[in-house]
Each structure stands twice: as C-alpha cells, then as structure tokens.
Design a protein around this ligand. Structure first.
Ligand code: FEC
Length: 320
C-alpha cells in the first residue's frame, strides 16, 4: 500500500453545497431548481431562513473540515495512497469538476463517497452518476467505485447512540425534577423526498429505518412507545412528499397527554446546516414550545474523528 511507485487512488467526497455569500443565494436556489430561477417570494423566504441562522450556512466550512478529516484519516492508515477532492451538488467545485480533476491527475481509480448516510436513487444515486460523468468528461477510463450507503456504519450508530443517550437522560431528569411524569419520544428524521420516488420502489425509507433501529437497539428503545420516524424539510412544491412531516408529528405528540418531550435524531444529515439549524433548531423547537413539549435534537457528526476514520476504512475496503 505504501509503494511510492503506485499511483494514488482518488476519492470524490460529495456534499450538498451552500452559498458562500448572501449574494450567491439566488444562483444556488436556481441550481437546486435545475436552472429555473425562484420567484421573488420563494427567494425572499430562503434569504430570511439564512438570515435567521446568521446570514449564511456553516456548511461550506464544515464540508471542508470533513474533507480534511477524511484525508487525515486516510493518510494515517495508508500514507500517500489517497487523494481526497470535494465535489458539491449545488455549489463549486461541482461533483463533475472534482471527479474530472482527479481523473486527469493520474489516479488509478476513483471512489465516490457522499456525506449522507442513506441511499436513494434521487440523492446518492445522482451524486454517483455525476462522478462517472466527470470521469467521462475528462476522457479518462478507470475503475469508479461507489460507496452507496453507510446507514448502519457502527461508528455512526455509536456516535448517535451516545449523544442520544445523554440527551435522553438529561430530559428524563428535567421532567422528573419538574414533577412531570410524562414520557419522551425520539423522532428519527431525514430529508423528505417526493412520494413518487418512493412509489417507484426506492430504498430510502428502509435506509432511514435501519439507522433508527440500530440506534434504538443500543438504547433499548421500543418503536411506538419510545421512538418513531418523521420526515423533515420537504420541498415547497405542490406534489406529495414522504410523511409524516416532523411538524405534524410534534403537533400530534403535543396532543398526547402522556408525552412531555421530544428529541429529534436528525440522522439523515451529517453537518450543521440550514435544514438542522433552521428547520429543527428554530422551526421545530418553536412548534414544540407551542405544543408544551420539551425539545432537543442530537448533535451532527461534522468532522467527528471516529466517524471520519470509519469512512476512511470504508474507502480503503472499497478498493481492496
Ligand atoms: O445549509 C445549506 O445551505 C444547505 C442545506 C441543504 C442540505 C440539503 C440536503 C438535502 N436535500 C435533499 C433533497 C431536496 C429536494 C429538494 C431540495 C430543495 C432544497 C432547497 C434548499 C435546500 N434543499 Fe435539499 N438541502 C439543503 C437545502 N432538497 C435551500 C430549496 C428550497 C427549499 O425547498 O427549502 C427539492 C428540489 C429538488 O427536487 O431537487 C428533493 C436531500 C438532502 C440530504 C442528502 C444530501 O445532503 O444530499 C435528500 C444539506
């Protein structure tokens, strides 16, 4: 593995991307909408959500930190053998550009890894296709290996389980200290997708469920009594999206006299960004307050050393 005559293997580390400056929000939103500019109202709504979390999302910085952490973990395990480049879905450097740049740089193969744990043809499938497109655009021919899912990666499950356990204990104590004998519900969430994708047989809901069940098993939580699944951040389009929506779940829990608190485990996301900092920390928290529920949400992985090291192992195994 450390033979200096062996060309390195490229890794395209992929993430959603975000505007780096408020002036870039319209172009970013237009890219998400596949080239159709948003209406002024939709743009104002998105700008207001960024304003509410401080003007801009920390996602660009966090994605760069994740790249550095993955490169560091690979260098520690296999010095000089891997070259990690970012490829973003909706911001520069785009996925195709990252893949093409690696392909031209003389790597012997390319591994595609997305900073999202759950496979859907509509998300991970598209990212991985764009890696192959980038290699083609570079006129290169080399093995391209896709890591499609890391929904039950043990380090990821342990990260979520440990964080959830301490939050669950803290909320249990808070209720007890207030003389409140109501219970707590954990809601595992991921980004919603249009229902038609799922109707075509997409495995995305099963992927979220596999993460939820693995974390719940760690804490010995029972589905229904202790935990459930919800979907968040559905797009603002007329077609149906997968539900139940997290805000509806919170309303329903608020109407249940036996429930006193809700903890969101946003395991579909691995960085603090708009969909976590606004949709959960502001919107969902506010909804829980109105419903008379205590509210908390689990931490995001960001550049957690153990999870990044586990992903490095996945990369090494993928090309073995
Ligand atoms: O912090 C930031 O600036 C970026 C946060 C961000 C992440 C993210 C992740 C996912 N999305 C997924 C699916 C869709 C689908 C649509 C869609 C639309 C938006 C809009 C914004 C946005 N998404 Fe996103 N998403 C983030 C942000 N997303 C802003 C546009 C306005 C709005 O609807 O709020 C609908 C358009 C389409 O059909 O493409 C679908 C999925 C993920 C998780 C996997 C991943 O990270 O790739 C799935 C982060």
């Amino acid at each position: 593995m450390t033979d200096e005559n062996t060309p390195p293997t490229g890794v395209v580390l992929m993430a959603y991307g975000t505007p780096r400056h408020p002036d870039e929000v319209e172009a970013y939103y237009t890219d998400i909408r596949r080239g159709r500019p948003p209406t002024p109202e939709a743009l104002a709504d998105l700008v207001a959500r960024y304003d509410a979390i401080g003007g801009i999302s920390p996602l660009a910085v966090l994605t760069a930190d994740q790249r550095n952490a993955l490169q560091g973990a690979l260098d520690a395990r296999a010095p000089g053998r891997f070259r990690v480049t970012l490829g973003l879905k909706h911001a520069d450097p785009k996925v195709e550009a990252g893949a093409a740049q690696l392909a031209r740089s003389g790597v012997d193969a390319i591994v595609g890894l997305v900073l999202a744990p759950h496979y859907s043809s509509y998300s991970i499938g598209q990212y991985q296709q764009r890696v192959r497109d980038g290699v083609d655009q570079a006129g290169a021919s080399m093995p391209v290996v896709a890591i499609d899912s890391w929904a039950t990666e043990p380090a990821f499950i342990e990260f979520l389980g440990d964080d959830l356990r301490s939050r669950h204990e803290a909320m249990t104590s808070a209720l007890a200290e207030a003389g409140d004998d109501r219970s707590i519900r954990v809601v595992f969430t991921a980004h919603s997708l249009p229902q038609r994708i799922i109707d075509e047989g997409d495995p995305y809901p099963d992927q979220l469920r596999s993460t939820a069940e693995a974390v719940a098993d760690e804490l010995r939580l029972t589905e229904g009594d202790d935990w459930m699944i919800g979907w968040q951040s559905a797009g603002r389009t007329p077609e149906p999206w997968i539900g139940p929506d997290i805000l509806q779940v919170i309303d329903d829990l608020g109407a249940d006299p036996t429930v006193g608190g809700v903890i969101i485990c946003a395991c579909g996301f691995v960085a603090d960004h708009l969909e976590v900092l606004y949709d959960l920390d502001i919107e969902a928290r506010h909804r829980a307050d109105d419903a008379g529920l205590l509210f908390d949400r689990t931490a995001c992985v960001n550049d957690d050393e153990d999870v990044m090291d586990a992903l490095a192992r996945r990369v090494i195994d993928a090309v073995r």
